[in-house]
Design a protein around this ligand. Structure first.
Ligand SMILES: [Zn+2]
Ligand SMILES: [Zn+2]
Length: 116
């Protein structure tokens, strides 16, 4: 087993349909990333709060998979490189009717001035 594979647990379902930190706080995000180790769903580096990267810094869980519909890529924060990963427990993306940025009812009109 390689280091990369030991950082991935395909049996863990995602934490939810939205960012685990933004959603209860009433926040919004651009894209979502899923921790391949513990299922934490966090917002991407374009989002105002960047919780996916914060999760890596806080936990050391280094591998994420895109949680966007139709995207299957994995990313390793340690190397800043993509990597290949297994099929993770479903669902592997947020609902297709959830907007980008989203959720639609929380995204401010001037959202472009808040993204990174
Ligand atoms: Zn967030
Ligand atoms: Zn994690």
């Amino acid at each position: 087993m390689t280091t990369e594979q030991s950082e991935i647990d395909p049996s863990v379902p995602p934490s939810g349909a939205g960012c685990a930190e933004c959603d209860p706080a009433g926040g919004w995000w651009v894209h979502l990333r899923r921790c391949a180790r513990c299922g934490h769903v966090g917002c991407c580096d374009s989002s105002p709060a960047q919780h996916a990267t914060a999760h890596f810094r806080a936990t050391g869980h280094p591998v994420i998979q895109s949680f966007e519909p139709g995207e299957e890529w994995f990313w390793d924060y340690r190397t800043d490189q993509p990597l290949d990963g297994p099929e993770l427990a479903p669902p592997t993306a947020h609902p297709v009717d959830q907007t980008v940025p989203g959720p639609a009812d929380r995204v401010p009109a001037d959202w472009r001035s808040h993204v990174h």
